[in-house]
Each structure stands twice: as structure tokens, then as C-alpha cells.
Design a protein around this ligand. Structure first.
Ligand code: FES
Length: 163
């Protein structure tokens, strides 16, 4: 014959069960929330909308910019990107999209409408409208965004790939 449990043991048992349930109900979501960022990886490439094509003039570089947020575990890093879109004709595929990051040391170049060149303020480099080096220390032309598309709504998207 089993011994009847006394009141104290019964309360201890119930407290242990209730405590375990509370720990489980609170603990699992908390641990999941804490480790979730470490399990996520940000997209290394993506299509980036940069504006409506009809708003970009033909023959004059139109600036654009966007920001990418990279998630590495709990660390979030925002990086800014910018460039210029040159529509060479009415043809929506006749575009030249340049990265405005100078190929010397990474300063941002600006388009000079008066001189029809991109100027780098850091070491006075000059690039022509096609991104070719005209003057200064840059070792190569401005980088290009080679892949782009125009959506049905007329939005120009460029393909961004990390690195
Ligand atoms: S960073 Fe542009 S010329 Fe040096």
C-alpha cells in the first residue's frame, strides 16, 4: 500500500510543475529571440529600385543613392552607395550607370555640368561622362552597374552585388 502524500509534498510538487511551465513558456521565446539574429543572413545581392526612368533626363547624368544594411549576427552595418545614370537615348536599355566611388581611394565624385566631367574632390581626378580617367591618380575608370532592368511600372532597378 502506497503512503499518502502529505500537504507539504503536494504543494512542493505543484510548485515545481508550475515553475517548470513558466520557465518553458517564457524561456523558449526569449532564447529564440536572442539567437535569431545569429541565424539570419542578409541578402548578398538584390535588385535596387533607383527611380522612374521617365524622370531621368536624356544626355545628363542623374544621381541616385541607396543604403544597404548588412546583418552579421547581432551586428548591423549600414553602407551607402551612390552613382549616376546616363540615359544615352530614348531606348530604355541605352543606359550607362556609374558608381560614384572614385577608383583611387574611394571619395565620391560629382558631376560638373560646366566642365562635363566627374570631379573627385580628394585628389582632383577627372573622369569623362563615360567614366574614363582624364586626369589624376585613379588607376581605372569609374565602376559600372552592368545589370539593370525597367519594371512594368517604369522603375529602373539596378542589380547590386556585395563586394
Ligand atoms: S580619391 Fe579620387 S582622386 Fe584620390
Amino acid at each position: 500500500m502506497s503512503e499518502p502524500i502529505n500537504r507539504r509534498e503536494f504543494i512542493k510538487g505543484v510548485a515545481a510543475i508550475v515553475g517548470g511551465l513558466i520557465t518553458t513558456v517564457i524561456g523558449i521565446p526569449t532564447v529564440a529571440y536572442l539567437i535569431d539574429p545569429a541565424l539570419k543572413e542578409s541578402a548578398k545581392e538584390d535588385w535596387i529600385p533607383v527611380g522612374k526612368l521617365e524622370d531621368m533626363p536624356i544626355g545628363k547624368p542623374a544621381p541616385f543613392s541607396f543604403t544597404r544594411v548588412q546583418v552579421n549576427g547581432w551586428e548591423r552595418t549600414a553602407t551607402s552607395h551612390a552613382g549616376f545614370i546616363l540615359r544615352r537615348s530614348e531606348d530604355p536599355n541605352d543606359l550607362l550607370i556609374l558608381n560614384s566611388r572614385c577608383t583611387h581611394l574611394g571619395c565620391t565624385v560629382n558631376w560638373s555640368e560646366n566642365d562635363q566631367v566627374y570631379l573627385c574632390p580628394c585628389h582632383d581626378a577627372k573622369f569623362d561622362s563615360q567614366g574614363k580617367v582624364l586626369d589624376g591618380p585613379p588607376p581605372r575608370p569609374l565602376d559600372r552597374y552592368g545589370e539593370f532592368r525597367v519594371t512594368e511600372a517604369g522603375v529602373l532597378e539596378i542589380f547590386y552585388k556585395e563586394g
